[in-house]
Design a protein around this ligand. Structure first.
Ligand code: CP3
Length: 343
């Protein structure tokens, strides 16, 4: 594992060719994924089969020879373990049958129990068994804020109106919920590490719902609680942490903190100015706009090489997309992107 280009980059060591993996690399754009997905109506039932998770995590590795693998699961397993009743039905986003609607719902939450997530840890073990030697496995969770937003909203939403009114009406109660989620995220990531993951990524996908001041109060302080607990724990102290923070309202320099090894840039960020700002203090992962993969081969080649050229001398660069790959992308286009990186 010492020679992994991905782990080297996370430690800000140089690589002549940047490592590459990408968000949602196992997913609906792959015909081999669709073939397995057809057997399940609820996506979560598929996540509860460790052997299937391992097979799905390996699909993009086998097809593209990527430099890192990511656990096949979802960020919403934690609220599901708190009994909020998660389901993903055909063609729909996530839905909770038992969302958080009042402060009482938070008071009467069942205690978080790692036992309910054993299927995830088994998936980690199974994936590690099957991965080629030298390919690290990334574990992950949602940020406490992003998990709270889904849990209160009851699913995805354009404007997260329910979550915003809950924040205004019950500020103390939502803080209490965020603390419960922070502790759960720490325990969950710790057990993923004990099961075999080599790096961790925290997804704050809904940071952009918050203004700059709110971001600190509702999201960042809780993410810092999670990473502080991880760094204070001998089991996880040396595991690099990547943060995906979709927060156009705040400069990344003001967001980042010591416990983070790497920032995963959203495609709207300007990688050149971020890399100058961060001055090699953090590894950088990113950030091709996934929509570029719908364009011509020439344009994919050009935009990919543009990022590689900008980051050529940056000591901790990992090529990634600036958000998850979407189901409408042709895998052959992904191959062009990878060839452009490795040429
Ligand atoms: O390769 C991988 O990245 C696989 C593991 C993975 C999934 N989801 C599998 C998945 C990871 C790391 C995630 C993270 C995740 N899940 C995030 C954070 C990243 C981001 O995109 O901002 C979020 C917000 C979720 C919540 C979620 N899961 C939504 C909103 C949806 C439905 C919409 C969609 O994009 O499909 C999911 C479902 C989901 N999670 C699928 C996969 C492969 C598709 C399910 C299907 O086949 O029906």
């Amino acid at each position: 594992m010492k020679d992994s280009k991905f782990l080297k980059a996370l430690n800000r060591q140089p690589n002549s060719i940047p490592p590459v993996w990408f968000m949602r690399q196992a997913g609906r754009y792959l015909p081999e994924y669709q073939k397995i997905r057809k057997n399940y109506s609820n996506f979560l039932d598929m996540c509860k089969q460790p052997h299937t998770c391992a097979e799905l995590a390996l699909q993009p590795i086998n097809r593209f020879d990527l430099d890192a693998s990511i656990l096949f699961s979802d960020i919403l397993t934690i609220p599901d373990a708190l009994d909020l009743g998660l389901a993903f039905q055909e063609g729909e986003g996530p839905k909770f049958s038992n969302p958080i609607s009042s402060p009482q719902d938070i008071k009467k939450l069942i205690p978080f129990d790692l036992e309910n997530l054993n299927y995830v840890f088994k998936a980690v073990e199974e994936t590690k068994k099957q991965l080629p030697e030298g390919i690290p496995l990334i574990g992950f969770c949602g940020s406490p804020w992003t998990l709270a937003a889904y849990s209160i909203e009851g699913g995805g939403s354009k404007d997260f109106k329910k979550t915003k009114s809950f924040m205004m009406e019950h500020p103390d109660s939502i803080q209490e919920f965020l603390e419960i989620l922070s502790q759960a995220c720490y325990e969950y990531l710790r057990q993923q590490v004990l099961s075999g993951v080599n790096a961790l990524q925290i997804f704050d996908s809904w940071a952009d719902l918050l203004s700059s001041d709110e971001l600190e109060k509702f999201s960042l302080q809780h993410t810092r609680t999670v990473t502080k607990l991880l760094k204070a724990d001998p089991v996880t102290a040396n595991i690099p942490i990547i943060l995906f923070e979709k927060s156009p309202n705040k400069k990344l320099k003001e967001i980042l903190f010591q416990d983070i090894s790497c920032i995963s840039l959203h495609w709207q960020e300007d990688i050149k100015s971020v890399s100058q700002d961060l001055n090699s203090q953090y590894a950088i992962q990113g950030n091709l706009d996934p929509k570029v993969l719908l364009k011509s081969d020439e344009l994919i080649w050009k935009e990919t090489q543009k990022i590689c050229n900008i980051m050529h001398d940056y000591p901790g660069f990992i090529f990634n997309l600036g958000h998850g790959i979407t189901p409408n992308i042709n895998p052959n286009k992904v191959q062009i992107m990878i060839d452009a990186i490795r040429q």
